[in-house]
Write a protein that binds this ligand. Structure first.
Ligand SMILES: Cc1cc2nc3c(=O)[nH]c(=O)nc-3n(C[C@H](O)[C@H](O)[C@H](O)COP(=O)(O)OP(=O)(O)OC[C@H]3O[C@@H](n4cnc5c(N)ncnc54)[C@H](O)[C@@H]3O)c2cc1C
Length: 400
C-alpha cells in the first residue's frame, strides 16, 4: 500500500526532509516555480513545519549539511519567509482579527446575495470553467495541499478575474490546507491583493501558467490588468510580548497545541512535567466547517507529540477540559509553547481566564528561533532578510 502523502508524525517529516535535502541547493532555486504533477521540485514539508513536527532550524541544519550557504540561499530564504510572516503578524495581531471580520462580512453577503453565493460555490467546487483554477480547487480539497505558484495564481484569479472577496478565498484555503497558517495564509492573500505590499498586486497570466505547468494549462479569460484592493495601511508594529519562565519547584503540566510540537527544547530547559495534555484548535481556523483531513492531521500530530513524552497524556476537547485536567493532576502551573496569533492563541486566552480562579498559572514559553527572528519583522522582507546570517549564527545549527 502506498503510504499517505502527508503522515502527521515527526518521523515521516524527518524522512521527507532527508529525501529532499539533496535537491535543496541550486536545483531548488532553478526549478521551484514549476508546478508539475507530483511536485518534484519543492520539499512538500509545509504541513510538518507548520505544526513544528520538524523545526525550521532542523530543516536548515540538514540543508547546510549537504550544501553551501550560497548554493542553498534560495531554499533557506523561503524557510525564513515563514518566520518573517509569523513575526509580522505577531507584531500586528489586529490584522488577523480584521481578516476574521472581513470573512464575516463575506459570509453575510453570501447569505443574502444569491449571485455571489453561486459564484463562490462554483469557485470552491472547481466549476468556474477556468481549467487551471478548477484543477487547483479540486487538488486542494482532495489533497490538502497546493504548490506555492498555484496558490499565487489561484488567489490572483479568485480576486481579479472572478472578483470574489479576497477574505473568502483565504478562508477557503484555511479550511482545506494541511499547512493552513494564520500568518502565511492571510498575509499571502493580502500580498496577492496588493494590500500587504501596498500598491503592488500579483496578476496571474496565462503564458506564465502554461510555462510553469509544462503546458498542462492555458487558461482563457484571465484579467489582463487590475488595481490593488482598497484597504487601510497596516498598524505600526507593537513590541514583541515577553515570553515567560516557569517555577522549577512547583508542579507543572505541559499543554500542547498544534502550534509547536517539537518539545525537546523545553526538556533541554529543564521542564519535567508530571502530566501532558493536548488541545486541538483547528476548528477555530474558520467560522465554516474545517475539512476532515485538516482535523485528522492536527489530531495525529498531537498524538504523535504526546507519544514522545515521558509523562502520561490526555486529549482535552476545550479549555474547560484543560482546567479539569490541571486540577485533577494538582498542577500549580501549565507550561505551553507560545501560540502565535490565531485560533490557538485565542483558546489560550480563554484558558488563562478560566485558570485564574484556581490559582493555576499559564506559562507561555517561546522557542529561541522565534524570539530572535520575530522582532525583525517590522518592515518588508528585504530588511528582514539582511538579518538571516546573524539569525543562523545565533541558532547554533550544529546543535539543532
Ligand atoms: C496565497 C498563499 C497562501 C499561503 N498559505 C500558506 C499557509 O497557510 N501555510 C504555509 O505554510 N504556507 C503558505 N503559503 C506559502 C507557501 O505557498 C507554502 O509554504 C509552500 O508552498 C509549501 O510548500 P513546500 O513545503 O513544498 O515549500 P518549499 O518551497 O519546499 O519551502 C520550504 C518551506 O519554507 C516555507 N515557505 C516556503 N515558501 C514560503 C512562503 N512564500 N511563505 C511562507 N513560508 C514559506 C514553508 O514552511 C515550506 O515548507 C501561502 C502562499 C500563498 C501565495
Amino acid at each position: 500500500m502506498t503510504p499517505p502523502r502527508f503522515s502527521p508524525d515527526r518521523a515521516a517529516g524527518l524522512d521527507r526532509l532527508a529525501r529532499f535535502v539533496p535537491q535543496a541547493g541550486r536545483a531548488y532555486a532553478a526549478r521551484r516555480n514549476h508546478d508539475l504533477e507530483g511536485h518534484p521540485h519543492v520539499s512538500g514539508l509545509s504541513p510538518w513545519i507548520r505544526h513544528r513536527l520538524v523545526t525550521e532550524a532542523e530543516v536548515i541544519a540538514a540543508t547546510l549539511g549537504k550544501h553551501s550557504a550560497d548554493a542553498a540561499e534560495k531554499f533557506i530564504q523561503e524557510v525564513f519567509w515563514r518566520s518573517y510572516w509569523k513575526g509580522w503578524l505577531e507584531l500586528r495581531p489586529g490584522v488577523w482579527h480584521d481578516y476574521r471580520r472581513e470573512v464575516g462580512h463575506g459570509l453575510d453577503r453570501i447569505a443574502t446575495e444569491s449571485g455571489l453565493r453561486a459564484d463562490w460555490q462554483a469557485a470552491c467546487r472547481g466549476e468556474t470553467g477556468i481549467d487551471a483554477f478548477d484543477h487547483w480547487a479540486r487538488e486542494l480539497v482532495d489533497t490538502g495541499w497546493l504548490h506555492n505558484h498555484a496558490r499565487m495564481w489561484f488567489a490572483s484569479i479568485w480576486i481579479f478575474t472572478l472578483r470574489l472577496p479576497w477574505a473568502l478565498g483565504a478562508d477557503f484555503f484555511l479550511r482545506h490546507l494541511l499547512d493552513g497558517d494564520p500568518a502565511s495564509n492571510t498575509l499571502g492573500w493580502r500580498w496577492v491583493a496588493g494590500i500587504q505590499t501596498r500598491g503592488k498586486i500579483y496578476l496571474a497570466q496565462a503564458d506564465n501558467i502554461a510555462r510553469y505547468t509544462d503546458g498542462r494549462f492555458r487558461p482563457q479569460g484571465l484579467a489582463r490588468s487590475a488595481q490593488p484592493l482598497d484597504s487601510p495601511p497596516p498598524p505600526a508594529p507593537r513590541a514583541l510580548p515577553a515570553a515567560a519562565g516557569w517555577h522549577a519547584d512547583r508542579p507543572a503540566g505541559l499543554l500542547l497545541t498544534e502550534e509547536d510540537l517539537t518539545t525537546g527544547w523545553l526538556a533541554d530547559r529543564g521542564l519535567r512535567p508530571r502530566a501532558v495534555a493536548t488541545l486541538a484548535c483547528a476548528a477555530g481556523r474558520s467560522a465554516l466547517e474545517v475539512a476532515p483531513g485538516v482535523h485528522a492531521f492536527t489530531r495525529g500530530a498531537l498524538e504523535d507529540a504526546t507519544a514522545r513524552q515521558e509523562a502520561p497524556g490526555t486529549a482535552c476537547a476545550d479549555p474547560a477540559a484543560v482546567v479539569a485536567w490541571a486540577r485533577a493532576e494538582g498542577l500549580a502551573q501549565i507550561v505551553t509553547p507560545w501560540a502565535p496569533t490565531g485560533p490557538a492563541a485565542t483558546a489560550l486566552e480563554t484558558l488563562e481566564a478560566a485558570l485564574a480562579p484556581h490559582a493555576i498559572a499559564l506559562v507561555r514559553a517561546r522557542l529561541g528561533w522565534d524570539s530572535r527572528a520575530w522582532p525583525h519583522a517590522t518592515h518588508g522582507f528585504f530588511r528582514f532578510r539582511a538579518q538571516i546570517p546573524q539569525l543562523l549564527r545565533a541558532a547554533d545549527l550544529a546543535a539543532a
